[in-house]
Design a protein around this ligand. Structure first.
Ligand SMILES: [Zn+2]
Length: 324
């Protein structure tokens, strides 16, 4: 959908609200009070009434738009901009594009959209053949501020060597690396028209922030994200060497750096592209939000062949009742 089509479909708030109502009714509304699923629309109140217990549900209740003061049209425009671009938007750029006065609601809206993207992708499990790898993403410990916007001394971050970082002293926070587990479906390329391209084709991708790369932590995440008996290829990192314990067919290979692109081609491409993208757009990402940015990156990558209806898919992902 391009900008012209978007404007034709959603000229005003009334059109956006009508679309939201249709989509929610198609997906099914569940009553927060009694879990009933039969509802009637009350036009005068712009609400649904539950047929069983008579309690009402607002148009935006239970969706990513609940409690937001921004219009439905603003949300739709933001979702359109995020899903129609291959790369991404900083909150500042989004604020400019939407012509809004305040930065915080825009930033918050974008985080909510990314959270919904992650929830959606968490429903899928990987299968077939998988490349797995450990990655390290740059993050920033943003200094804690008091109500007056001054740095709290208790919020100081001290490096492992016990010294305060120079950057920190200048009040910009400390750069650190966050561990991320990356899994990519990578199957032999059987498309005869694709012979000149890579020998393997990329499927679904997952990226998960990790506290550590210990065997039990990795096994826990892999068993949640991957179907049993999947073939997993990795390098020889020790954290991967107990994957057979959770039912995986694991092959560890000693990979010289030069060979990494051949042995684990897709996982390395995915990691390198994500790093380049984040560096160019988001500059400094706080630890607690890195997963959201990874969510957006994976969500769009996983739907790279559905560009035309990405907007509608994202609306559906964002309107699932959040109370169950
Ligand atoms: Zn009810």
């Amino acid at each position: 959908m391009n900008l012209l089509t978007f404007n034709d479909r959603f000229p005003d708030e009334v059109a956006c609200r009508a679309y939201l109502r249709d989509k929610r009714e198609a997906e099914g509304i569940t009553c927060k009070n009694c879990r009933g699923t039969k509802h009637y629309w009350i036009e005068s109140k712009s609400k649904w009434r539950c047929a069983s217990c008579l309690s009402t549900t607002n148009l935006r209740a239970g969706t990513i738009m609940e409690k937001s003061k921004l219009s439905v049209k603003t949300w739709f425009m933001a979702i359109h901009l995020i899903t129609s671009t291959k790369k991404s938007f900083s909150a500042l750029e989004m604020q400019r594009q939407l012509g809004l006065k305040r930065y915080e609601p825009v930033w918050y809206m974008m985080q909510k959209i990314r959270l919904a993207m992650g929830k959606r992708d968490a429903k899928y499990t990987l299968q077939g053949n998988i490349e797995i790898d450990d990655a390290y993403f740059e993050i920033v410990d943003l200094p804690e501020l008091d109500e007056l916007g001054n740095k709290k001394t208790s919020g100081r971050v001290v490096n492992t060597d016990g010294k305060e970082d120079d950057e920190q002293k200048r009040g910009r926070g400390t750069n650190k690396k966050q561990k991320v587990l990356v899994m990519v479906e990578s199957n032999p390329n059987t498309d005869p028209l694709n012979k000149h391209k890579k020998k393997r084709s990329m499927g679904f991708v997952k990226m998960i922030i990790m506290d550590n790369f210990r065997n039990d932590t990795i096994n826990y995440e892999v068993s949640k994200a991957v179907q049993q008996k999947t073939n997993i290829i990795s390098d020889a990192m020790l954290g991967f060497n107990k994957l057979a314990n959770v039912g995986m067919n694991h092959t560890a290979m000693i990979v010289p750096k030069k060979e990494a692109g051949k042995t684990l081609p897709w996982v390395h491409t995915v990691i390198a592209n994500a790093k380049r993208l984040f560096l160019g757009i988001h500059h400094s990402i706080g630890k607690e939000y890195l997963q959201n940015y990874l969510n957006e990156y994976c969500y769009k990558l996983n739907r790279r062949n559905f560009q035309a209806d990405l907007f509608d898919r994202m609306i559906v992902a964002g309107i699932n009742d959040t109370w169950y």
